[in-house]
Ligand binder design. Structure first.
Ligand code: ATP
Length: 247
């Protein structure tokens, strides 16, 4: 698929009829000596904006890592209905503030996966980087060092790196955490637009406003899936109280 910039909007399919871009079947995963995810069975519908919601430590980042292919399931399955490599935008803290990289170089790293060891960036790679910088409104910061940026600017740089990959599956770990309401709104709108342009978006978030704006929520508690579906069905007051009540 050609993705993603300046494409005509795809006519929306009713949420409940969307095919799965990713299917999780009895998924268990964790780290050496620590089980985190327990028997998750869920669909991530294609072309939807999906929010992973749950308290600290409930397994949202681990689930993103499994879907991204950087954490192996210990049992169960992750089936991708699509052959493109997912684009994974980690938490902002995962990016060293002291790395001697400019904003442009950081976004260019999003193209590395598609380059052979001998291949130099082609016009298409450069165009994808420019489009991503543009879309996140950080073209004027392109020459700045990461360490000189505000948290929100660094966050936008990371999202631009994910966008530059031109994947049909964009995975983001807390893309709006720590941002002011304006910056949160801009990233939220962008993620909604992307879902209309052929991208399946999955974000782990503590931002209930962002989760309520998603098409589908997966609600996690202690590594168990305790709800999946449209936000108004999943993020009910009683479900949230149950999930956030102290054990
Ligand atoms: N690299 C790791 N090695 C061992 N345990 C880990 C590792 N990363 C996370 N964990 C543990 O796995 C569990 C789930 O963590 P995870 O980061 O997936 O949760 P989360 O829902 O994303 O949390 P948060 O909202 O705080 O980001 C936690 O108990 C955490 O301590």
């Amino acid at each position: 698929m050609k993705i993603m910039f300046n494409k005509p909007t795809i006519a929306p399919t009713p949420r409940r009829n969307r095919a799965a871009r990713v299917h999780l079947d009895g998924l268990c995963a964790g780290y050496p000596g620590r089980k985190v995810l327990h028997q998750l069975t869920a669909d991530i519908p294609e072309l939807a904006n999906v929010a992973l919601v749950g308290p600290n430590g409930s397994g949202k980042s681990t689930l993103l890592g499994v879907v991204a292919g950087v954490i192996r399931p210990t049992s169960g399955e992750v089936r991708h209905h699509g052959d493109r490599r997912p684009a994974f935008v980690p938490q902002r803290g995962a990016l060293g503030d002291t790395l001697p990289l400019t904003v442009r170089q950081t976004v260019e790293m999003g193209r590395w996966g598609g380059l052979g060891s001998w291949r130099r960036p082609a016009r298409r790679d450069r165009a994808a980087v420019e489009a991503a910088l543009d879309r996140l409104g950080i073209g004027d910061l392109a020459g700045r060092q990461l360490g000189e940026l505000s948290g929100g600017q660094r966050q936008r740089t990371l999202v631009a790196q994910g966008l530059a990959q031109e994947s049909d599956l964009l995975l983001l770990d807390e893309p709006t955490t720590g941002l002011d309401p304006d910056a949160r709104g801009r990233i939220g709108s962008l993620l909604t637009e992307l879902a209309g342009e052929g991208v399946t978006v999955v974000q782990a978030t503590h931002d209930l406003e962002a989760a309520r704006a998603a098409d589908v929520c997966l609600l996690l508690r202690e590594g168990h899936l305790v709800g999946q579906g449209p936000p108004d069905e999943v993020l009910t007051e009683s479900a949230l109280a149950r999930v956030w009540q102290p054990a």
